[in-house]
Ligand binder design. Structure first.
Ligand SMILES: Cc1cc2nc3c(=O)[nH]c(=O)nc-3n(C[C@H](O)[C@H](O)[C@H](O)COP(=O)(O)O)c2cc1C
Length: 408
């Protein structure tokens, strides 16, 4: 699709009836979040919404983003600008993407493919989590133009599974491969644990009762089955039960990629590759030295430990070091198009959201993610127009007030 068609394929903001209908109920992502616990079992909401410990890391991400203020310029743009961007040689309708998630199907059964289809329809990047609920091949079939894949470390047998996943990704036409480095340890997410979720999916009586009280969610579960690590099934030696596959995958998976391992995957994968979870300019520099194409600034959305710095506070220093040598991606705390604009203004080329997409699924089921993408795009377009930027890239020229920026 050429640029004009991509622009045209988007209805002008707020013009579709469906969008307007849902806008009434969900004018921002926080309305999705408010509604979500009333639509899905409690454990499903807690799974998607929890951070590490008492959620302080999430609060810090949000507070730092909220603290970024932009001084507008007028007289340059009469209307909202187009927001399409090129990332790694592919044109997308907006610099907004869906971050990889392991268990979106816990939040809404069948979620991985719902997210992938919404991203394909909107032409924004969709990142499948390698431990997600759909296989690489299933996602390739529904989202061929926007398909990114995230990988964890499966180090056994000299990374046999990892390298086979790379082979499958290439065969499936994955556009960008992402290696996550920010989960060297498994930490406790208190609300998840308190809601009864452990290593395996073993609903107790309370969880069954919660499911029965949410008939729409239950119907989706009956249609799609329990969430499982779908792409892992073919390595599991004939195991088919959900918990058997989860147990198998967990026995194979562990730790976070080391730099020498990243170098080997860099050799094996011929397409664009990003490293996700970078928080320090020197780690960005190290990734660049290995030929990585994209630096994905992330603190896992506050889900690892609470004491990590907010991503927006380290972004400017990383952007300064990276310059034009690689693409910078941003996540952790993004709840609106204005947050996307803040990240663009501080040096990112695109921003991704995780939890906000899960809130949209919980609150609005199958229609949620498409509605959220429209909301984000609408807000981004309006925000750029408001500050006098004529493209996403021009946000970088804005005068930004950023009190919590970290100097290295
Ligand atoms: C439920 C859930 C599961 C996640 N699973 C993964 C994963 O499997 N791999 C990964 O790299 N990041 C994972 N993440 C982190 C996201 O990719 C992303 O970094 C984070 O959600 C961004 O912060 P936000 O939720 O505030 O938007 C997960 C996040 C959530 C909320």
């Amino acid at each position: 699709m050429d640029d004009d068609k991509i622009r045209q394929s988007f209805m002008p903001a707020g013009q579709t009836e469906n969008f307007l209908k849902h806008l009434r109920q969900f004018p921002t992502s926080s309305y999705f979040r408010r509604m979500a616990p009333r639509r899905v079992p409690r454990f499903a909401f807690e799974y998607c919404d929890t951070g590490a410990g008492d959620d302080v890391g999430i609060a810090h991400n949000w507070a730092s983003l909220d603290g970024v203020k932009i001084v507008p310029r007028y007289g340059v743009t009469a209307v909202s600008p187009p927001v399409d961007v090129e990332l790694f040689g592919t044109r997308y309708a907006a610099p907004i993407g869906i971050a990889p998630m392991g268990g979106p199907s816990m939040v809404w059964p069948g979620a991985d493919l719902i997210l992938a289809k919404a991203a394909q329809a909107a032409r924004v990047p969709y990142t499948l989590g390698v431990v997600g609920g759909a296989t690489i091949e299933q996602v390739a079939a529904v989202a061929p133009d926007v398909f990114w894949l995230q990988m964890y470390r499966f180090a056994r047998n000299d990374h046999k599974i990892g390298f086979d996943l790379v082979r499958r990704a290439a065969a499936a036409g994955v556009k960008v491969l992402t290696l996550t480095v920010d989960t060297p340890v498994r930490t406790i997410r208190s609300r998840e644990a308190y809601a009864g979720l452990g290593w395996e999916f073993k609903p107790d009586l309370r969880m069954f009762a919660e499911m029965l009280m949410r008939p729409r969610w239950l119907m989706a579960l009956l249609r799609n089955g329990y969430p499982r690590f779908a792409s892992m099934q073919e390595y599991a030696g004939g195991l088919t039960a959900t918990n058997d596959i989860i147990r198998f995958a967990r026995s194979e998976m562990g730790g976070a990629f080391l730099w020498d391992e990243i170098a080997r995957f860099r050799d094996a994968w011929k397409g664009p590759m990003t490293v996700k979870g970078i928080m320090h300019p020197e780690d960005a520099e190290k990734a660049l030295s290995l030929g990585i194409d994209g630096i994905w600034v992330s603190n896992h959305g506050g889900r690892q430990i609470e004491a990590l710095a907010p991503t927006i506070d380290v972004l400017p220093a990383i952007a300064e070091v990276v310059g034009t040598r690689a693409t910078i991606l941003f996540d952790s705390g993004v709840r609106s198009g204005q947050d996307v604009m803040r990240a663009l203004a501080l040096g990112a080329q695109a921003a991704f959201a995780g939890k906000a997409f899960l809130w949209s699924l919980a609150a609005l089921g199958e229609e949620g993610p498409a509605q959220l993408i429209d909301l984000f795009m609408n807000d981004l377009r309006g925000s750029l127009g408001q500050i006098g930027a004529q493209s996403p890239a021009e946000a970088r020229a804005a005068k930004v007030v950023h009190p919590t920026r970290i100097a290295f």
